[in-house]
Write a protein that binds this ligand. Structure first.
Ligand SMILES: *Cc1c(COP(=O)(O)O)cnc(C)c1O
Length: 388
């Protein structure tokens, strides 16, 4: 084991099972390790580096803001934060934005909003929030409780109460839970990311929309992974025809800096008042300047390119030897391979291709602007490895 890996093992909390790869630098969709080996990156740090590593335009936005001021407190106005909130509202029709630093915090905000709203507007003092089995909403104790996967819960009891997990696709079960009268909100991912790149069906998404409306509950969509152009629209809910009351996002929003956002629609825009919520780093000017740059580049042309590249990968993989199924949307794809996903990912790495797993699938989340030639080269490599 290298010196770096030994020191990591000695001093860094052992929460991550790392591959024996030491990333030294990157440019766009190429990364280089400390031994100088080249990798095509199809993981983007889990859908974070929207325009790849050390992208020039993104870098300049960050450098420009760092040269002015890196942080103030939320006691003062700063321009990048306001500009980003304005851009997000104008592009989604949402009304207000709360900024935090991560996906988990974005969801924490959504949950607080749903609870306060339910108490004030509907007189529900013991509200329930419904999420789906197999979902992933974060690692804080409350977002863990929201996460519909028991194995994350076991060692961390007691978790925050007030969550019910239902089976995705079973509209009758959802209807039964909703009729209880205590449901403040339903929180869903349009495509379960960590859960295995599993999209909601159009009919279930429509049932969620219909039931939340009929029961007066909030519809909240977790776009932490699916958001910011990843699926070929700015947010994935657009492709499901949903009109969410709350949208949460993070990962790719600032293209590699920590930033989370809860977008609040008309029904909840006034729920949070002075002192109801806060975050020291929330709305940080450097992160927001980075996000403004990222968002301004996610235009119709880029989104069309994302869809085209997603379709290209889908066509290459569908029916190919060693590949049983392709799931996902845009540049968020899951592959069911005949060989175990972990083996495929390890062999890809040896071939100089970085991809991820999600449950039993190989998961691909390349940069939104990955060059065609690298995409083709990576697809060739994955096909070679999967067909072995
Ligand atoms: C990654 C993820 C989160 C958690 O985001 P963090 O930034 O790790 O807190 C929440 N929801 C979804 C759908 C995610 O993919």
């Amino acid at each position: 084991m290298s010196n770096l890996q030994e020191r990591d093992r000695t001093y860094v909390a052992g929460t991550y099972k790392r591959f024996p790869v030491e990333i030294a630098s990157g440019k766009g969709s190429l990364y280089f390790d400390t031994a100088g080996k080249r990798y095509i990156d199809l993981g983007t740090g889990i859908a974070v580096n929207s325009f790849g590593a050390a992208d020039d335009v993104w870098q300049q936005a960050v450098i420009d803001q760092i040269g002015k001021v890196q942080h103030t407190s939320n006691l003062y106005y700063t321009e990048p934060c306001v500009r980003l909130a304005e851009m997000l509202c104008q592009r989604t029709g949402m009304k207000k934005v709360f900024f935090g630093n991560s996906g988990a915090e974005a969801n924490e905000c959504a949950i607080k909003v749903a609870r306060k709203w339910a108490a004030e507007e509907r007189n529900i003092t013991d509200p329930l929030i419904v999420t789906l089995k197999g979902s992933f909403h974060g690692r804080t104790l409350t977002t863990l409780a929201a996460t519909g996967q028991e194995h994350y819960h076991e060692l961390f009891q007691p978790l925050t109460p007030g969550f019910v997990h239902v089976t995705a696709g079973d509209a009758e079960e959802l209807a039964r839970v909703m009729m209880g009268g205590r449901v403040a909100a339903v929180l869903v991912e349009c495509i379960q990311g960590e859960g295995g790149v599993i999209p909601l069906t159009q009919s279930y998404a429509a049932a969620v929309a219909e039931l939340t409306q009929r029961c007066g509950a909030l519809l909240m969509v977790d776009e932490v992974q699916t958001g910011n152009g990843r699926t070929g629209t700015l947010y994935a809910y657009e492709q499901y025809g949903l009109k969410p009351d709350v949208v949460t996002t993070a990962k790719g929003l600032a293209g590699g800096l920590p930033l989370g956002a809860a977008l609040l629609g008309e029904r909840v825009e006034k729920v949070l008042g002075y002192g109801d919520h806060g975050s020291t780093f929330g709305g940080n000017p450097v992160c927001c300047a980075a996000a403004c740059s990222v968002l301004s580049r996610i235009d119709d042309d880029l989104l069309a390119e994302v869809r085209k590249k997603g379709n290209y990968l889908r066509e290459r993989f569908t029916g190919a030897p060693g590949i049983r199924e392709v799931t996902g949307l845009g540049l968020m794809l899951g592959l069911v391979t005949e060989r175990p996903a972990g083996e495929v990912v390890a062999d890809c790495m040896a071939e100089g291709i970085l991809c991820l797993t999600a449950k039993n699938k190989v998961r691909l989340l390349p940069a939104l602007n990955i060059p065609w030639e690298l995409l083709e080269e990576a697809a060739d490599g994955i096909l070679r490895v999967a067909g072995k």
